[in-house]
Ligand binder design. Structure first.
Ligand code: NAD
Ligand code: DAU
Length: 347
């Protein structure tokens, strides 16, 4: 039986990864260590509550004792770190939890992996560490790191630590850097679930700036498969870009999802831009294709339509998530912006 220690498995990508891997591999068991921050939701894995090969432990990756306790006495075959503070806008409001979890937490996990001689450490990272692109070209794994937000800087810091542990101590580390994910169970602070849920409720859709910033969309199932491929076939010390190959301006995405929900474009509101808003991301994932035999399989139109259907069918899930503290966040993040919307409309 292979044993994985997964961190951050109650979030969006971690929960999809755990479900997919456990169903695909009958010889795999997973311990999921998650602090259950605002973004961590045990409901995301409620179907696995009584699964014999799954165990949830509530705890903090930045606390060495809690990490040791979660792992127990058996050394896992792999440690996969999904745990993070993950939202750019929140990092602009307060960088402290980003530095703590994303950098200090990663260091604690690396020390633990070194102490226990864990045979594989996989860091789930992001294309945001590369900064912003002009109208052409794509990030490769050798593109210099040039993060612009506190979130991206904390992820870049973590990546450098991971690579340093590989070089200094021979720790068998691998980093995956993925583009923007979408799919079921994504917290409705991120563009696609925010816009789908607002559209269903006939609320305004706040588009930053001119709406022509480009993101490279990756279905979360494709991301999960890329992470597993990197874990199983990646070379220690290497970085692998996992990109969806679906470059689209935000406005196109928003218009497509409005069409899928069946709501009018008059719901769109252009609001003040995000500070230092990266203009364009695009990932060259040819190394992952070549070395891992991985390629994305979900076409964006199909993935978006499945995602819209999921949010329609899981109204209770996101209605609960959008109550309570979320309302305060929404008012802070969008209250003034929606009141002073720019109304600017690109051609
Ligand atoms: P998420 O915010 O949905 O989930 C993060 C999870 O980490 C939550 O369950 C939270 O409770 C947990 N967590 C936070 N702090 C913790 C701590 N100190 N100890 C233990 N658990 C803690 O994030 P996500 O979108 O699923 O992203 C997962 C990973 O993938 C992150 O590392 C992120 O940087 C990376 N990533 C995300 C995307 C994307 O588009 N969402 C793309 C590329 C890479
Ligand atoms: O590229 C990978 C990254 O993708 C991950 O590392 C991050 O964890 C994840 O949050 C995501 O970062 P982005 O900042 O690209 O995602 P977000 O969903 O916040 O925004 C996507 C685009 O949509 C971005 O150009 C900003 C814009 N946007 C976002 C929100 C929330 C809006 O126009 N309006 C909004 O209300």
């Amino acid at each position: 039986m292979r044993r994985f220690l997964v961190t951050g498995g109650c979030g969006f990508i971690g929960s999809n990864f755990i479900r997919r891997c456990l169903h695909a591999d009958p010889d795999l068991s997973i311990v999921n260590l998650d602090l259950l921050t605002y973004a961590g939701n045990p409901e995301n894995l409620a179907d696995l509550d009584t699964h014999p090969r799954y165990r949830f432990v509530r705890g903090d990756i930045a606390d060495p004792a809690q990490v040791r306790a979660a792992a127990g006495r058996d050394t896992p075959d792999a440690l996969l770190n999904f745990a993070a503070e993950s939202h750019v806008d929140r990092s602009l409001a307060d960088a402290a939890p980003f530095v703590r979890t994303n950098i200090l937490g990663t260091q604690v996990l690396l020390d633990f992996a070194k102490e226990r001689g864990i045979p594989r450490y996989l860091q789930v990272s992001t294309d945001e560490v590369y900064g912003s692109l002009g109208p052409t070209g794509a990030f490769t794994e050798t593109t210099p790191l040039a993060p612009t937000s506190p979130y991206a800087a904390s992820k870049a810091g973590a990546d450098l630590l991971v690579l340093a542990f590989g070089k200094s101590f021979g720790l068998p580390v691998i980093i995956t850097r993925a583009s923007n994910n979408y799919g079921p169970y994504q917290f409705p602070e991120k563009l696609i679930p925010l816009m789908i849920s607002n559209a269903i409720e006939d609320r305004p859709l706040p588009v930053y700036g001119d709406g022509l910033h480009v993101r490279d969309w990756l279905h979360v199932d494709d991301h999960a498969d890329g992470i597993l491929a990197a874990l199983e076939r990646g070379r220690p010390g290497e970085v692998y870009n996992i990109g969806g190959g679906n470059e689209l301006p935000n406005l196109t995405v928003v218009r497509s999802l409005l069409a899928a929900v069946g709501k009018p474009e008059s719901l769109i509101r252009f609001v003040t831009d995000r500070p230092a808003h990266d203009r364009r991301y695009a990932l060259d994932a040819s190394k992952a294709r070549r070395e891992l035999g991985w390629a994305p399989e979900v076409a964006f139109a199909e993935g978006l339509s499945r995602t819209v259907a999921w949010y329609r069918d899981h109204h209770e899930w996101w209605a609960r998530v959008k109550s309570g503290a979320y309302r305060e966040y929404y008012a802070r993040q969008y209250g003034a912006a929606l009141a002073s919307e720019t109304g600017a409309c690109p051609t």
